[in-house]
Design a protein around this ligand. Sequence first.
Ligand code: NAP
Length: 279
Amino acid sequence: MILDGQTKVYGIFGYPVKHSKSPTFQTAAFLYLGINAVYVPFEVNPDDLEKAVESLKVLKIAGVNITIPHKENVINYVNELSEEVKVIKAANTIKNVDGYLIAYNTDWIGFIEGLKELEPNLEGKKVLVIGAGGSSRAIIYGLLKENVDKIYLANRTLQRAEKLIQEYKEYFRIVDKIITPISLQDIETFLSDVDIIVNTTSVGLNNEDFPLFDYNILKESQTVVDIIYKETKLLKAAKEKGCKYQNGFPMLIYQGAKSFEIWTGQKAPVEVMKKSLGL
Ligand SMILES: NC(=O)c1ccc[n+]([C@@H]2O[C@H](COP(=O)([O-])OP(=O)(O)OC[C@H]3O[C@@H](n4cnc5c(N)ncnc54)[C@H](OP(=O)(O)O)[C@@H]3O)[C@@H](O)[C@H]2O)c1
């Protein structure tokens, strides 16, 4: 790759950011399509987020992804929020249009596109979503857009699930009929009623983490997604049962593909992006 005076700069703001896979697969996409651009990691201390966002204008950085822990705070420092960001209240993508910063959230579409590799039609499905944090908000936004029939929303802190429902009511008419908040202890009661199970918590990241429920009661007909980037105990159990299952990499690739499309206006080479991560 030859860099010159016209090379556009893209990147990712995170803290930490060392482990991010985005520079690898976004760079692979630029190279494949012959786009004169680079994508670099920026470690941004939370105290410096406002300054870092402002610097996008000064340095004419064309666009960035935003990752943990900045996705919520960043929306305070941009010029415009896209519709989905207003609902989800978190952004993972900024586009710099001549100094005017627009924030987007592509996590929801990333999750949906990934899930569709296993379940092409989500309409009418019943889903258990475990966790009510930032990624859950994006995933629930996507599931509601796909017209699922039912969402059981299980969270350790029940009030957080209830707050999400309350807030989403403003945007989705019958959300309190579709989403039922439940405690983690209640998961086993509702499990046999669902088609799809999604873990959005960080439980499973460490091998010694306790299981979120008794994984032996999974049924072969169920589809299981864990958005953690590895084969967690939940996914191992799903595999052993013969379920369709997926880790966090499809969501990662598809959210990045959508960001790429927002920035460049070109279709993202998803297979090239996957291959660059050995997927
Ligand atoms: N694949 C992808 O593209 C992708 C994208 C985004 C995030 N992720 C992954 O998703 C995970 C969550 O990210 P996030 O941004 O949603 O985090 P977050 O906003 O901090 O939310 C964390 C969620 O996990 C729950 N939780 C944490 N520790 C728990 C425990 N010990 N027992 C039970 N529940 C617990 C929290 O429950 P409380 O409300 O009770 O605290 C909350 O629901 C991370 O592992 C992250 O790497 C993956």
